[in-house]
Design a protein around this ligand. Sequence first.
Ligand code: NAD
Length: 346
Amino acid sequence: MKILVTGGAGFIGSAVVRLAIARGHAVVNLDALTYAACLDNVASVADNQAYAFVQADIRDRAALDRIFAAHQPDAVMHLAAESHVDRSIDGPGTFIETNVNGTFHLLEAARAYWVAQGRPAEFRFHHISTDEVYGTLGETGQFTEDTAYAPNSPYSASKAASDHLVRAWHETYGLPVVLTNCSNNYGPFHFPEKLIPVVILKALARQPIPVYGKGENVRDWLYVEDHADALLKVLQEGQIGRSYNIGGENEARNIDLVRMICAILDEKRPAAAPYADLITFVTDRPGHDLRYAIDPARIRSELGWRPSVTLEQGLEKTVQWYLDNEPWWRALQDRAGVGQRLGKTA
Ligand code: NAD
């Protein structure tokens, strides 16, 4: 298959690019190279004959048309987005422009291309979204694909809007789409403004490790390489017009997650005092969702997919990767906003 991956220089997109190339697919990586992008994430495949990179913005319809015409993809995997909740609180405008308008332009470009090709039934538009569109859970329960949308942040609202557009382009125009909504990812190449890399890098610098509120928020953690595997499975075997929730089956409270990372570092890079001594509770994020949890029944029963690693295994691999790849994260620490507290006041 030739797959047009949007956002392939980001965290999850680059994992998809690397896995798709390893599995023998051809990939066209379309990315605007925003602050969150890093081409080093795909350096391992950059010289592969089956790989091409195009710098373009999904809000630029003319550029999208040229890329579809030049590369003639069999499928689109749409991951390009503004993805950081804290940044969406300080500046929601870009989230609407990229996540909503950009998805609209990409859908229209894909539709025009698909119609010009004679509406091939095998074509796929795979929209990658988040479980945050469902809002928050209390102490119990899980999100299913039928849970009502109730997004609470500008980020999740913009992703919810994009999900609705994709669904409508299927219902109205017959575009062959599949959708996925996944839980929090972690793993190698995670941009250093997100929780898990922040914890690792603050600990290594022996600086206070910030934990929002009392650390009681619960997330279901999904190892990024497992996510990429699930995405390729849904692309190839998912039912057209259907959405699939993808979870890691690894729920943890933030404070427990942070303590686990500290314990791994205590073993791998022993210091005079335990890293957990650096944990510092800070002002909570406005509108901070208490708990997300995924009911993975559909993807498991229909497609036979399950995550391959536990949270303990995935965290061990992740911490080791950050210890082994200091030049990668050092180079990103100078980017605007990285290392600063964002999105504190609404
Ligand atoms: P990321 O921020 O690491 O990467 C996003 C990429 O998109 C970057 O390379 C950036 O340059 C590119 N991009 C941004 N705006 C663009 C534009 N206008 N045109 C073209 N490219 C643009 O994001 P991520 O964490 O890899 O997330 C990828 C997708 O998965 C997003 O759609 C996100 O909503 C979704 N998602 C992420 C998570 C998570 O835990 N990270 C969880 C669920 C869903």
